[in-house]
Design a protein around this ligand. Structure first.
Ligand code: ACO
Length: 365
């Protein structure tokens, strides 16, 4: 490890983290966190969560006024009743910044206590500067470095995994991970096959070293071959004959992928850490569609009381989905110290990821 001050806030340093990795076949990897009995890696945990959603609520009835759809169709096929939409001047960075401000206020964090800011998003304000830089500026985090990460609805879990390594390796003491998407910016309001599904929102968590518990393992994967099932052609450097400014989705393909991977990812991770579904107290799946969630929960064997669901009020908020659900679980008292929390997401890429945490608020010295 090349850092002389592992708990400070150097903006640059070189580090090699020696992780025990297993199962890296076919584009996916399952890993435990570093073995804390060896060398000096630390335990890392989510020690706080905060969210921001725009005030504006868009109901199914409102959508049905401009689209050939109905409240009944949307509720029956997706479980979604309403979603949030950003108002004038609201962007991914403003939503993310507000979630970070709320998190820092709740935790009593000063700006110079945040080392790294990782922003998972597929709706950056612009290609560059990174949304992380825009949030850094808006919140006044002068000594924080950061970057954006793009993995659609899996983005939060990819970013969480990345952030946890900085803390577990001892390189940094405090990482804030933001999942934020203003999906209304890239969804065709006249396409009923996508317009009813997505909403805007942001969540932020802070990762810190803890004495016990915290992250137990991750499972992450990607299948770029499925990229065209859910994509935004024409949004980058590649030339398309028919560029699109809105999301294109093959709903049935994504549905099949989602139901399969939510189960396999969770199962692989539990096998890797030597646990079963019975050991998990709180299941936080990506909030895309109640039918996908119910299918995964049933197949895995989770009783409804262990499953966190808020898709009815926010729709699919992409990178914001899991932190918004986690915050609801925190609010309703489910995230008790010692609780095992399993989060699984999937999305464009195609990508997927799971993370298992033993909830704890016991900070390491
Ligand atoms: N209102 C009314 N009718 C609709 C609507 C709508 N909003 N949308 C589609 N339909 C119609 C279709 O046109 C079709 O009509 P047709 O039979 O005349 O062709 C009919 O309803 C049935 O369409 P299906 O696609 O078969 O409906 P399905 O039951 O599969 O539900 C849905 C569609 C909800 C999109 C489902 O496939 C799904 O949830 N897929 C996963 C989508 C998803 O989660 N995407 C995000 C992934 S995460 C990420 O990274 C962003």
């Amino acid at each position: 490890m090349g850092c002389s001050d592992p708990t400070g806030t150097p903006p640059t340093c070189t580090v090699t983290v020696d992780l025990r990795m297993v199962g890296g076949m076919g584009g996916n990897i399952t890993s435990c966190m570093p073995d804390t009995s060896q060398d000096n890696p630390r335990r890392a945990a989510i020690t706080g969560v905060a969210t921001y959603v725009p005030d504006r609520i868009v109901t199914n009835a409102e959508l049905a006024r401009t689209l050939d759809t109905s409240d009944d169709w949307i509720v029956t096929r997706t479980g979604i009743r309403e979603r949030r939409r950003g108002g004038p001047g609201e962007t991914t960075s403003t939503m993310g910044a507000e979630a970070v401000r709320r998190l820092m206020a709740a935790k009593g964090l000063a700006p110079d206590q945040v080392d790294v800011l990782i922003v998972a998003t597929v709706t950056p304000d612009m290609f560059f500067p990174a949304t992380a830089c825009l949030i850094q500026d808006q919140v006044g985090l002068q000594s924080t470095w950061g970057f954006d990460l793009s993995a659609a609805c899996s983005g939060f879990l990819y970013a969480l995994t990345t952030g946890a390594q900085f803390v577990a390796s001892g390189v940094h003491r405090r990482v804030i991970v933001v999942g934020a998407d203003l999906m209304s910016a890239i969804i065709d309001p006249l396409d009923r096959t996508t317009a009813v599904l997505f909403g805007d929102g942001a969540g932020a968590v802070v990762i810190e070293p803890v004495e016990r518990g915290g992250f137990l393992g991750f499972e992450l994967g990607a299948d770029g071959g499925g990229g065209e099932s859910l994509w935004l052609p024409g949004s980058g450097s590649r030339h398309f004959d028919d560029p699109q400014s809105f999301v294109k989705m093959n709903g049935r393909e994504v549905y099949k992928f989602a139901t399969r991977v939510l189960v396999s990812s969770a199962q692989k991770l539990l096998d890797e850490v030597g646990m079963t579904v019975d050991d998990v107290d709180v299941y936080v799946p990506h909030q895309a569609n109640i039918r996908i969630i119910d299918h995964a929960a049933k197949k895995l064997g989770f009783p409804p009381k262990k499953v966190v669901v808020n898709v009815e009020k926010y729709g699919n908020t992409s990178s914001g989905s899991i932190p918004l659900a986690l915050a609801d679980a925190a609010k309703d008292g489910r995230l008790k110290p010692g609780a095992k929390v399993l989060m699984t997401g999937m999305g464009a890429g195609l990508t997927w990821g799971s993370s298992l945490i033993e909830w704890t608020e016991e900070m390491a010295a």
